[in-house]
Design a protein around this ligand. Structure first.
Ligand SMILES: O=C[C@H](O)[C@H](O)[C@H](O)COP(=O)(O)O
Length: 232
């Protein structure tokens, strides 16, 4: 089974949690896009749901495939969000934002009663941090913000390059008009402390640590899909 087939398997298992009439947060990334494709088939067959997309990219795909959408302001309380992740640990703590959508993803997940993460086995880790942690920052004072991040990270025993994400000739810009700093910490032994500390830095708009947000994770491997709950 190749990577795409595993993503489809996880997405298909997540689709079983979708019920008629649900208000759905719809994630971003290659795994979430497999979910959108399967969801669109069910919508074409008569399933009635309304989605709130977590990025312009997801919104475009949903519109193209006929998945009905509303904005989060029109639908501020959601039943379920289904989204991918860059890393998942045993407590269902996540790193997200590899695709740059972390801010909207976190706002949408926080507005949802439940969040289901869909991923392939390669995303499951003992300790978060091998994947560069995306930190969304305001362009104003980005260098000062980066220095502040380095200082608080050092106090938590974390080091490693913190680089501005690039796209073409310029800095990558999120849907919200911010930049992303990717932090190569390698290992983040205390993700909870780092999450709180980063949130306290002026200039940090949001970070890619999703703590206590996922209800379950559906992890697909060559043998099929399994469901993870925190500490199982
Ligand atoms: O910003 C992007 C999101 O957090 C994605 O859900 C995450 O990067 C995983 O993407 P993929 O399913 O493509 O690995």
């Amino acid at each position: 089974m190749d990577a795409r087939e595993m993503k489809i398997k996880a997405a298909a298992a997540a689709l079983e949690h979708v019920e008629n009439g649900m208000r759905l947060g719809i994630g971003t990334g290659s795994t979430a896009e497999e979910f959108v494709r399967l969801l669109a088939e069910r919508v074409a067959d008569g399933l009635s749901v309304v989605g709130v997309p977590t990025s312009e990219r997801t919104a475009r795909l949903c519109l193209e495939l006929g998945v009905p959408l509303k904005s989060l302001d029109e639908l501020p309380e959601l039943d379920l969000t289904i989204d991918g992740a860059d890393e998942v640990d045993g407590r269902l703590r996540l790193i997200k934002g590899g695709g740059g959508a972390l801010l909207r993803e976190k706002i949408v997940a926080a507005a949802s009663s439940r969040m289901i993460v869909i991923a392939d086995e390669t995303k499951v880790v003992e300790t978060l941090g091998a994947f560069k942690l995306p930190i969304e920052v305001n362009p104003f004072g980005m260098v000062a913000t980066r220095i502040a991040i380095e200082r608080v990270a050092a106090r938590l025993g974390l080091s490693g390059a913190i680089e501005v994400r690039r796209s073409g000739d310029g800095n990558y810009m999120t849907d919200g008009g911010h930049y992303i700093l990717d932090a190569s910490f390698g290992r983040i032994p205390d993700a909870d402390a780092l999450a709180i500390t980063l949130n306290a830095i002026p200039g940090v708009v949001e970070h890619g640590l999703f703590i206590n947000m996922a209800s379950i994770a559906i992890i697909a491997g060559p043998a099929g899909a399994r469901t993870l709950t925190a500490d199982t």
